[in-house]
Design a protein around this ligand. Structure first.
Ligand SMILES: *Cc1c(COP(=O)(O)O)cnc(C)c1O
Length: 351
């Protein structure tokens, strides 16, 4: 606490991201990064950035990138917003589209950054409980709300919500914005982007951090109706005109252009995920059905908290959340074949 802090800053409880260990040799399965490198075309594009282009400010609107996303998704460029990682896009979304008199609703088990943005922007929020099997029931969301935000697949459970359920939410909440946070959609889910033409209250948020292996680059996007995107642009242009640097814009474009490499790395992760699910189930874990690049699992005989500590002692970092309903679960990112093998052999020893 400092007497120089504003009242708001005194009250904040900031988000704490998963550990980024400095030392080598640890097997890092805690923050859902890709185990594979980005497309080689990305590295070529970064190497080709000239001193002259660094001398100048970047394109404030990331026009080329907006066009590329629009084209891929059958949208107009005015229906695409670009930000410095989807965390920034989501922050702007809370301020521009979810701050109203009525509370915003999100699942009681979901991305733990959502309540932090609510606190930062003074937005009231309510939990909508997930079902016992961790699926999301649209009936848990009252029609009278200030907005809804749901990760799909959900984080940290990996459980996928079908488009029909999303459609019914969009219908029942037609007077407020429904945000679908699709950080993990490329690992097996169907994107809600195809519903944008039908619903002008739908905002779909995506990131290049997970499936495209560019967490270090910081590129996030939102897609929706022109009026929703315009709202986000108004906040962005009142906050930072240049959220994406020259390097990020060029590299993101190169990643989008290499569809084949992208599909292949997604398929490899999905195949490893299915393998890890089977093997952990054989060890006595209950593993939730995952459509993401991680698994969420609990064991009847061993406490998750103890397993987390034991794995850490063996050089394997996974994620443990000391929170109601999930305090006996581990969230484990899918790694390379070698990393998954090391995880499974450590678990075999520990169980
Ligand atoms: C990882 C993640 C994000 C943040 O992604 P960035 O684009 O790296 O900021 C947003 N939402 C969910 C649910 C995530 O898991």
């Amino acid at each position: 606490m400092s007497r120089y802090w504003s009242d708001l800053v005194r009250q904040l409880t900031p988000y704490v991201p998963g550990e980024q260990p400095r030392g080598d040799g640890l097997i890092k399965l805690n923050t859902n990064e890709s185990p594979y490198q980005p497309s080689p075309a990305v590295l070529t594009a970064i190497a080709a950035v000239s001193g002259d282009s660094l001398r100048l400010y970047p394109d404030p609107e990331s026009v080329a990138l907006k066009q590329a996303f629009a084209w891929r998704n059958g949208l107009q460029p005015e229906q695409v917003f670009i930000g410095n990682g989807s965390d920034e896009v989501l922050a702007h979304t809370f301020q521009a589209l979810l701050k109203h008199d009525k509370p915003v609703y999100f699942p009681d088990i979901s991305y733990s950054f959502y309540p932090v943005w609510c606190e930062l922007y003074g937005i009231s929020h309510c939990d909508a409980p997930v079902v016992k099997d961790f699926s999301i029931d649209p009936a848990a969301y009252p029609a009278d709300n200030g907005g809804i935000i749901i990760p799909n697949p959900n984080a940290p459970t990996g459980v996928l919500m079908e488009l029909d359920a999303i459609r019914s939410l969009l219908r029942s909440s037609c007077d407020s914005v429904v945000v679908i946070d699709e950080a993990y959609i490329d690992f097996g889910g169907e994107s809600a982007v195809r519903l944008i033409g039908e619903f002008d209250n739908l905002l779909v948020v995506q990131t290049l951090s997970k499936a495209r292996a560019l967490a270090g680059l910081r590129v996030g996007i939102a897609m929706g109706s022109v009026e929703l995107i315009e709202g986000l642009e108004r906040v962005k242009n009142s906050f930072n005109s240049y959220p994406l640097d020259v390097v990020a814009q060029r590299a993101a474009l190169a990643s989008l252009a290499d569809e084949e490499y992208f599909q292949q790395s997604c398929q490899r992760v999905v195949a490893s995920r299915e393998f890890v699910c089977r093997e952990m189930t054989a060890l006595g874990f209950a593993v939730l059905p995952s459509a993401a690049n991680f698994v969420f699992a609990t064991h009847a005989q061993r406490l998750a908290r103890d397993l987390f500590v034991d794995l850490r002692e063996r050089g394997i970092i996974v994620r443990y959340f000391d929170k109601p309903r999930i305090d006996n679960y581990l969230r484990i990112t899918i790694g390379t074949d070698v990393q998954c093998g090391a995880l499974l052999s450590a678990l075999r020893d520990l169980i």
